[in-house]
Each structure stands twice: as structure tokens, then as C-alpha cells.
Design a protein around this ligand. Structure first.
Ligand code: SAM
Length: 278
């Protein structure tokens, strides 16, 4: 069977660190397409050079994807075949490509996956945290206030949670995880997967945060954080009650805020209001 079919967009996963993770099919397709749409053409040229592939590259990233998609659709309609790659891992997973794939599909053209590396799935596969149901949260908001708000919304989530984080914010982010989910929650910090300094640190959130704060080497590189979902209904209600109480107490008398927060969340009033009678 030919590696590619005319008029098809191939969404090709590339390695997240180890070049050996570029699959045989990915190589065949990348070598056969008319052009490769890449998030960063310089980065992709290096990858292609390392495996001896030389095809025309087109820059397709968050800032031009909307405008360029229709031109690519025209090329596909004319019978070309194209590949889409991102800098690392699977395109569209916290990476550009969604608008292009959507437009190509809307035009009735074929979009075919060439699966391979994805940091979230690689981390989940070694975490030893329930993986039958999980939700991928990707990057949290960069601003501390937005990040804390999002984590507070997720505190009651019972499925395993998977996050991406960069070295700039890992320490702050872990401190926010502890505050939102409690220090005892089980988690795994997967760093530099498939690379020289691959580290998979499994422990409570509090202990992971302490190890990362104490060792600058543990703050280098790229990270996936896998957090066990909330297991205990009582704990979930308490977390939600505390979150509501903190918001309501900004506008209401503490006793009223505690009563409302307790009614809505099901948490005991006393636990929300410093044990005082309310
Ligand atoms: N599309 C990619 C994928 O399939 O995983 C993700 C791209 S996103 C822009 C980059 C983020 O993925 C990094 O900030 C980090 O959170 C995570 N990541 C990528 N490579 C990684 C690796 N080798 N080890 C751990 N995390 C990684």
C-alpha cells in the first residue's frame, strides 16, 4: 500500500525527546507528502534532517492557522497530500492544528492520524494512578489567580487529572496544587520523559512540592503532573464548602456565608467557620 493517498491531511506525531520514537509510518508519510505543515519550521527541519527527510515546509501556527487553512484545503482539493506536525508529540494536544483539521474535515477531505508520542499518555502509562478514567487539563492559566480558580473547580473531580507545566512555573504550580487538593493527595511528577534526565516522582503532593522546592535540578525541563482524583465524598464536600465560604465571605457576614456554603456544598458549617457556632 502506498504511504499516502492524494487529497489527505496526515496528522503525524513526532518524538517528545527521543528520536527513536518517530515511528516507521511517520517517516514513510513525512518522506512522501507534498509538503509538511509545521509549528516551527526550523525545529522540524532539524528533526527531518536527523532522519534524512527533505520535504517543503509550511509554517502553520496559532497566529496564522485561521488564515492559511483555506489555502491548504485548496491544495488538498487539487490532489496534494500534506502532513501536519508540531514541535513535539501529537499535534492538537496543547499544540496548534485544531482549526486546520476542522476546516479540512468540513471540506469533506480525509484527515488521517499517524499516532505516536504524547507526553500526557506517556506519563499516565507509568504513573500507577488509576487510568481507566482520566481528564486531560493541559496547561493551567499562567496567572496565579486564574490557576487557583481552575484548581479550586477541579478539587472535587473524581477522575485522574493530567496537567502540563513548564519549568518557569512548576514550583508555584505545585504549591497551588497542595493548597487546592490537600497535601495528602497522591500524584506523580513526570519530568523529561524519554530524555537523559527522565524522572518519575510518585508521592503525595506535599512531598513532591517539597522535593522540587529543595532541588533546583528537579525544576528543569518539561513536566506532566498526574493527580489522583478526589476519592472521598466528605473531603470533596469540605473542599467545595471552603471554596464557597471564601467567596461568599467577601460579601456577606461570616455566619451567613458559612451557612450558605454549608447548605450548598453539604460540608459541616463548623468546619467552614473555625468551629464557632453559626
Ligand atoms: N503535543 C505535545 C504532546 O503530545 O504531548 C504537547 C505539547 S505542549 C506545547 C508541551 C508540554 O508537554 C510541555 O510543557 C510539557 O508539559 C509536556 N511535555 C512535552 N514533552 C515532555 C517530556 N519529554 N516530558 C515531560 N513533559 C513533556
Amino acid at each position: 500500500m502506498a504511504a499516502t493517498q492524494a487529497g489527505t491531511l496526515y496528522v503525524v506525531a513526532t518524538p517528545i525527546g527521543n528520536l527513536g520514537d518517530l515511528t516507521t509510518r511517520a517517516r514513510e508519510v513525512l518522506a512522501a507528502v507534498d509538503a509538511i505543515c509545521a509549528e516551527d519550521t526550523r525545529h522540524t527541519r532539524q528533526l527531518l534532517g536527523a532522519v534524512g527527510i527533505d520535504r517543503p515546509l509550511l509554517a502553520v501556527h496559532d497566529h496564522n492557522e485561521g488564515e492559511i487553512a483555506w489555502k491548504l484545503v485548496e491544495r488538498l482539493k487539487a490532489g496534494e497530500c500534506l502532513a501536519l506536525v508540531s514541535d513535539a508529540g501529537t499535534p492538537l494536544v496543547s499544540d496548534p492544528g485544531y482549526r486546520l483539521v476542522r476546516e479540512v474535515r468540513a471540506a469533506g477531505l480525509a484527515v488521517s492520524p499517524i499516532p505516536g508520542a504524547c507526553a500526557a499518555i506517556a506519563a499516565l502509562s507509568v504513573a500507577g494512578i488509576p487510568s481507566d478514567r482520566f481528564c486531560f487539563e493541559g496547561f493551567l492559566p499562567a496567572k496565579a489567580s486564574g490557576r487557583r480558580e481552575r484548581l479550586a473547580e477541579l478539587a472535587k473531580e473524581t477522575r485522574t487529572l493530567v496537567f502540563y507545566e513548564s519549568s518557569h512555573r512548576i514550583e508555584e504550580a505545585l504549591a497551588d496544587f497542595v493548597a487546592a487538593f490537600g497535601g495528602e493527595r497522591e500524584a506523580v511528577l513526570a519530568r523529561e520523559l524519554t530524555k537523559l534526565f527522565e524522572t518519575v516522582l510518585g508521592d503525595t503532593l506535599e512531598s513532591i512540592a517539597a522535593k522540587v522546592a529543595a532541588d533546583a535540578n528537579q525544576r528543569k525541563g518539561e513536566f506532566v503532573i498526574v493527580v489522583r482524583g478526589c476519592e472521598d465524598d466528605t473531603a470533596a464536600r469540605l473542599i467545595e464548602g471552603q471554596r464557597l465560604y471564601a467567596k461568599l465571605a467577601e460579601h456577606l457576614k461570616p455566619s451567613v456565608a458559612a451557612r450558605l456554603a454549608a447548605d450548598i456544598s453539604g460540608a459541616p458549617r463548623k468546619a467552614l467557620y473555625g468551629g464557632e457556632a453559626v
